[in-house]
Write a protein that binds this ligand. Sequence first.
Ligand code: HEC
Ligand code: HEC
Ligand code: HEC
Length: 97
Amino acid sequence: MLCHAKLATAKPEIRKLAAFAASKREVPWRRVYGFPAESLVKFQHAPHARAKISCATCHGDMTQASTAELLVKHNMGTCLRCHRQYKATEDCAACHY
Ligand code: HEC
Ligand code: HEC
Ligand code: HEC
């Protein structure tokens, strides 16, 4: 609320945000990327950042976006295709709990 205590306070979405803040409730964000909990996937950005994979490879060119939309669909096949290409891990336990 550092910004939105003062900025755009009349906008409906900002009012919703202010209401969550006022009642000290967590905002129930709707995720754009992610996997169902029952798939037991563990994904971490760190190894990918270290391997210098660009954000755009996995999220599209967000520098041109004004809303967060799903531009790249990820599933086990897309993970493994790239892992084979880079000779990265194909071990079940690397990606799954
Ligand atoms: C190798 C692919 C890959 C790269 C590279 C990558 N991401 Fe991600 N990102 C993902 C996946 C997959 C998820 C969903 C992860 C999960 O649910 O555990 C995700 C989730 C996110 C989320 C949360 C989205 C949501 O809907 O909750 C943000 C924000 C994000 N990434 C930003 C970035 C940024 C910024 C970069 C570059 C610095 C980046 N990512 C690079 C694959 C990638
Ligand atoms: C565009 C290429 C690319 C995509 C897509 C990608 N990865 Fe990776 N991933 C890599 C590279 C490269 C590494 C680093 C390998 C290394 O350091 O030797 C890596 C490393 C990892 C590691 C760490 C492995 C270890 O040995 O510690 C995990 C876990 C992982 N990726 C999970 C995922 C999952 C889950 C997805 C799909 C949601 C995914 N990755 C998609 C390229 C990719
Ligand atoms: C590089 C990462 C990666 C590796 C390695 C990997 N998986 Fe996955 N797997 C995923 C991702 C990501 C999903 C979720 C796909 C989705 O939600 O569309 C998934 C989904 C699954 C599912 C479906 C779960 C469900 O009910 O939703 C099964 C079963 C599975 N994997 C088994 C395996 C087995 C067995 C191995 C080893 C032979 C393996 N996976 C290796 C990334 C990986």
